[in-house]
Design a protein around this ligand. Structure first.
Ligand code: 5AD
Ligand code: FES
Length: 373
């Protein structure tokens, strides 16, 4: 087993890595050693990840204006506050006009892309509606907005329809790449099927979406072995984008019961940052989001994620009156911020850490673009 410094240095200078192809091949044991880093070693890991990011992607941050379309969901994942069995949630669905207004606002603010997210439905009315909305968003300034969808598991045919309508990126987190752990955080039934999740990710990759996946960090029952395997899973699938955030227990969900059996919020945050940093070494040119969950756990969480290797932020554009109903987890950050406040606050916050927003661009994954050119 190499020493800590050897594992890190294995990432090598840019020219060496280019000769080797994309990123380092860290073994599971090496990843686990990096996950366990403390003190000076931990700092070295974050410094190295930032250096690798800056070499490959510069100091740009890409924005996706997030539109939380609806909290109506047919599933009941054990961690999620908007699961259909949570009867305390007031359900909503934005009107077509509201969605288009949000997308226009994203365009005006120079965000370059929108991400349409929703609770999971796959009925015909929903599929048709999304197809229509994607087409309408594409009409804004002749297709100048990039469109990411985050609408859960669908048939390959549906994914294809939405792709043909103009969506080109899709986020579907695997949540846990270990099947046993998957069934500890989801019900084990036909609606929550691990194999189906994998099939969906494969369909998205096959259709040609820039495909994003990810996991929650600090889940009950999750081990370092699981986390290392999650990173190896992203690498093996060769995804274009990854989103990882700390698990936040929600009082109206079954996993709340295990809130005392997970690492502290601080530890979950730190583990998330380490996951981001290690993955940046392994996949230097993918897009990685600084998830809102980071900011919820730590007011500086988004900045810390950017400094650990993330390069995407998803400012929330959902009309404020609906945001408080989209509480996947409690105390979600920015629920009360107005879209334009978020906007100016971002520029300042990013400048303070030596980064800048790349406005008016889709901000596609460099890894994906290179692979498909
Ligand atoms: N804590 C943190 N993240 C959560 N998500 C869902 N519920 C929680 C929670 N309680 C994440 C899931 C999902 C994404 C939209 O939000 O990973 O894919
Ligand atoms: Fe809605 Fe999991 S609870 S998809």
């Amino acid at each position: 087993m190499p020493t800590f410094d050897e594992i890190l240095n294995n990432a090598g200078p840019l020219t060496l890595r280019q000769a080797q192809g994309s990123g380092t091949s860290l073994s599971k044991e090496e990843i686990k050693a990096l996950l366990a880093a403390e003190g000076e070693d931990k700092k070295k890991l974050f410094d190295r990840a930032l250096q690798v990011k800056l070499e490959h992607l510069d100091n740009y941050v890409h924005l996706r204006g997030l539109i939380e379309y609806s909290n109506i969901c047919t599933k009941y994942c054990l961690y999620c506050g908007v699961r259909c069995k949570n009867l305390k949630v007031k359900r909503y669905q934005l009107s077509d006009e509201e969605v288009i207004e949000c997308a226009k606002l994203a365009h005006e603010l120079g965000y370059g892309s929108v991400a349409l997210q929703s609770g999971e439905r796959s009925d015909k009315a929903f599929v048709d509606k999304i197809t229509y909305l994607v087409q309408e968003i594409k009409k804004i300034d002749n297709g100048s907005l990039g469109i990411t969808l985050s609408l859960g598991e669908q048939t390959e045919e549906t994914y294809r329809r939405w792709f043909e309508a103009g969506a080109h990126r899709y986020l579907l987190r695997i949540e846990a790449s270990n099947e046993d752990l998957y069934y500890k955080i989801h019900p084990h039934d036909a609606k929550h099927d691990f194999k189906q999740r994998l099939t969906c990710i494969d369909s998205l990759l096959k259709i040609g979406y820039q495909t994003g996946t990810g996991v929650m960090v600090g889940l009950p029952f999750q081990t370092f072995d699981d986390l290392a395997n999650d990173l190896l899973f992203f690498k093996q699938k060769d995804v274009a984008m990854v989103g990882m955030g700390p698990f936040i227990p929600h009082p109206d969900t079954p996993l709340w019961e295990y809130r005392d059996q997970i690492p502290s919020a601080e530890k979950r945050m730190e583990l998330t940052l380490k996951m981001i940093a290690i993955l940046r070494l392994m996949m230097p040119e993918i897009n990685m989001v600084a998830a809102t969950a980071n900011q919820t756990v730590d007011p500086q969480g988004r900045e810390k994620a950017i400094l650990a290797g993330a390069n995407v932020i998803m400012p929330n554009l959902t009309p404020n009156e609906f945001r408080e109903n989209y509480l996947i987890y409690p105390d979600k950050a920015c629920v009360k911020d107005k879209p334009d406040e978020c906007h100016s606050c971002l520029d300042v916050r990013l400048a303070a850490i030596g980064h800048k927003v790349l406005y008016n661009a889709w901000g596609d994954s460099v890894a994906f673009t290179k692979k498909h050119q």
